[in-house]
Design a protein around this ligand. Structure first.
Ligand code: BGC
Length: 758
């Protein structure tokens, strides 16, 4: 339906109908208006499976939804670093939506992992905005390729569950734009999601759902978003302010209450009807767009197999001493731990899927024709060590040649709705792993968790496989990796610090009362650990393979570019081992000479290459100005500072193999206003300004060394003068110029300075 047709429908709607269209019919539908041919549209969670509720509705994962397939959660999707794979996962999810008549799938959830403790980290992608936005774009493009909408959420900075509906987050301008908004900006610009979900929290004193700067100026005017914004469930305060700011649809239903408020506001002139019309237009555009699908029924069971195939690329091999993995199929192996039998594969809350089928590691082994010993080892209780289960587990481990322990975080430890209070695994599991490692030198740990855990036993075991919450078929993916049918190819999308206290958000945490200050600013994740030169347990971008890769021949298309040019960077990668494998090549950019405070380096590109043994392929990256820019509050925009930048190619954020310097030239100048507080140092680079202040400088030097003392003047080197002047404000000349300078002269100098054409 085109905009003219939509305009015509709106012109036929009553005020009450228009107001009504701006809130849900019920928990999961928009309103339909039969007489005008406006259908209802169903929305469903999301993000990594279809949670369509036909019966009792809720947004906390309490009541059941229809049976569907649970794919790897966001924490795993991001570790794949594979755009095509996540596109495919999105496409499958989109087809499931078509099959079930769902118009918008509520996701992806892209908030930045500021703290490892955020209860929803399992759903989110990364601590890095570039990686998260690239993965989000692939997901969005995949789902939307099937004629189904997405709702990128939770816009913005919903990086904690603690008081999520009332917390006010104080975030400095650069951190807000470079980290917390950047992930949305990248995905919106690249993949045009049909809808955006506004978050519950406040940012810098204002609820996001009432924030014109965020929902209109940034999202629409700057990034070009052209769909509608819906509230998170219940994230509506002042409905009229919300509409004015760009919050089009309230979800779920307001039971008519706020519809009446809207109509009244129009009647008494508090709300322009045009604002209401605009919201209706945006909603109708998507509602009609969502009707245009083929409606094909699909077989969820087939998708279960695809979920296993996707999960294979999300499992990260963290440790593999003495090549303990892959295991030999005929070795004597003991599987230990409850999660071998009942894997923890998804998180709790609104993303909880009612699975069609679950494949555990033990199920998978049966299908693979491999037999192993098994001991349950622990229950989910936190501190209580079940001595009997532990004893049985140690016995099983000792009898075998290799023990594989399936451990991680229980459901009660991480979920939507609350944050974790510590980063530890349950004591009973840590104890079990330690005891087994003492008795069995060949121990491997497989982890099922949605975000980093402390690993006090990491040095005692030979292998660690991070399976995250890998969806309903994770057992199959893990076993295929354990036994070498699949070569692991995922890398961490977040840093694993040694301890919680190492994390940059630790000091201010989730705040006090309803206020939290993101005091670490732009230094989130590896940006912080790198700057502090801190050792971490496992760095961002790290992951092992059963084969080895060698990088060679880093090339750049030019060593000098203008900021609006693109730069092509290529590097060759060879599989030097005996096994076919995939390598994630990472490109970071560093601005070592910046006059601004910047991270040591930032991820600006990644490519995943599939390589047969002995094969060489070229990874190619195209960088544009965003790769070099930082957010500049003075111009409220991204800004490239002219100068040298380093292009770093790495196997991980801590394994940089090549470096090349390029010069980027920017024509844009920053506005400068001079005052009598401006320091001389701030004018050093501006020859015109220096010419104007030169007489003042001469008086200053005379003032401090005494007029006519030539030998003293000669003794002062340029360097000394510079360091004396660098932090000296213009007005201070008065005190040191032996009365030769007047206030009027200073004022006149400042006037002249501001007259410089820049
Ligand atoms: C969650 C959203 C979800 C919505 C609907 C909210 O509580 O924050 O992510 O899409 O519920 O279930």
């Amino acid at each position: 339906m085109n905009s003219e047709q939509i305009g015509k429908i709106i012109s036929e709607m009553t005020l009450e109908e228009k107001a009504g269209l701006c809130s849900g019919e019920d928990f999961w539908h928009t309103k339909g208006i039969e007489r005008l041919g406006i259908p209802q549209m169903m929305v469903s969670d999301g993000p990594h499976g279809l949670r369509k509720q036909d019966m009792e509705a809720d947004h906390l994962g309490v009541n059941d939804s229809i049976k569907a397939v649970c794919f790897p959660a966001g924490c795993g999707a991001a570790t794949s670093f594979n755009r095509d794979l996540i596109y495919e996962m999105g496409r499958i999810l989109g087809s499931e939506c078509v099959s079930e008549g769902v118009g918008v799938l509520l996701g992806p959830a892209v908030n930045i992992k500021r703290s490892p403790l955020c209860g929803r980290n399992f759903e989110y992608y990364s601590e890095d905005p570039y990686l998260a936005s690239e993965i989000a774009s692939s997901h969005i493009n995949g789902v939307q390729s099937r004629g189904v909408g997405t709702s990128i959420k939770h816009f913005a900075a919903n990086s904690q569950e603690t008081r999520r509906m009332s917390v006010d987050e104080e975030i400095d301008e650069r951190a807000l734009h470079e980290i917390y908004l950047r992930v949305f900006e990248g995905a919106v610009r690249k993949s045009k999601p049909w809808t955006v979900m506004s978050s519950y929290n406040k940012v810098n004193g204002k609820y996001v759902g009432e924030n014109y700067e965020l929902m209109t100026e940034e999202l629409r005017d700057k990034w070009g978003f052209d769909g509608f914004v819906m509230s998170d469930w219940g994230a509506v305060g002042d409905r009229i302010e919300g509409l004015k700011a760009g919050l089009d649809l309230e979800m779920p239903a307001s039971h008519g209450v706020r519809d009446k408020l809207i109509a009244k506001a129009v009647q008494n002139g508090d709300l322009e009807e045009a604002v209401l019309d605009r919201a209706c237009e945006r909603i109708l555009d998507i509602v009609f767009r969502s009707q245009d699908t083929d409606g094909k029924k699909i077989d969820f069971l087939e998708d279960h197999e695809k979920a296993a195939w996707i999960a294979e690329e999300t499992v990260v091999l963290l440790k593999n001493d003495e090549n303990i993995l892959p295991l030999k199929k005929d070795a004597k192996i003991a599987f230990i731990g409850k999660y071998a039998e009942e894997p923890r594969f998804q998180g709790g809350g609104s993303s909880h899927i009612n699975c069609i089928k679950v494949t555990s590691a033990l199920d998978a082994l049966k299908d693979m024709g491999i037999s192993v010993g098994y001991a349950r080892g622990f229950e989910d209780s936190e501190d209580i060590i079940d001595e009997k289960l532990e004893r049985e587990a140690i016995e099983a481990a000792v009898k075998a040649d290799v023990a594989v322990i399936f451990a991680g975080l229980p459901d009660a430890f991480e979920s939507e709705g609350f944050d974790r209070s510590h980063m530890r695994m349950p004591d009973c599991q840590n104890h079990l792993i330690k005891e087994i490692a003492k008795n069995q030198p060949n121990t491997v740990v497989v982890l099922h968790n949605g975000s980093p855990v402390e690993m006090p036993w990491a040095d005692d075991v030979k292998g660690i496989l991070e399976a995250y919450l890998g969806g309903e078929a994770i057992g199959k993916a893990v076993c295929r990796i354990l036994f070498g049918e699949v070569n692991p190819s995922a890398k961490l999308a977040e840093t694993f610090p040694y301890r919680l206290e190492d994390n940059p958000s630790f000091l201010t945490g989730f705040g006090s009362g309803d206020h939290v200050r993101f005091a670490e600013g732009i230094f989130v994740g590896y940006r912080y650990y790198d700057k502090k030169k801190m050792n971490v347990r496992f760095p961002f971008g790290y992951g092992l393979s059963y084969t080895t890769f060698e990088y060679s021949d880093l090339r750049v298309s030019s060593e000098k570019i203008n900021e609006n040019d693109t730069l092509k960077v290529t590097v060759d990668v060879t599989n030097t081992g005996k096994t076919t494998g995939k390598e994630i090549v990472q490109l970071y950019v560093s601005d070592p000479d910046s006059t601004e405070i910047r991270p040591v380096k930032e991820l600006k590109g990644f490519e995943k290459l599939y390589l047969e043994p002995g094969e060489t392929k070229t990874a190619e990256f195209i960088l544009d100005r965003h790769a070099f820019a930082h957010y500049e509050p003075r111009i409220k925009d991204w800004y490239v500072e002219s100068g040298e930048f380093e292009i770093l190619i790495g196997k991980s954020s801590r394994d940089i193999v090549f470096k090349k310097t390029v010069t980027v030239n920017s024509d844009r100048k920053l506005p400068v206003t001079y005052t009598s507080d401006t320091t001389f140092g701030d004018m050093f680079d501006d020859p015109k300004a220096m010419e104007i202040v030169r007489p003042l400088i001469d008086e200053y030097i005379k003032g401090i060394i005494g007029a006519g003392s030539e030998s003293a003047a000669e003794a002062i080197s340029q360097e000394m003068t510079d360091s004396m002047l660098r932090y000296l404000p213009i007005h201070a000349i008065l005190s040191f110029s032996a009365e030769a300078i007047s206030v009027e002269r200073i004022e006149e100098t400042v006037r002249k300075l501001n007259g410089i054409e820049k």
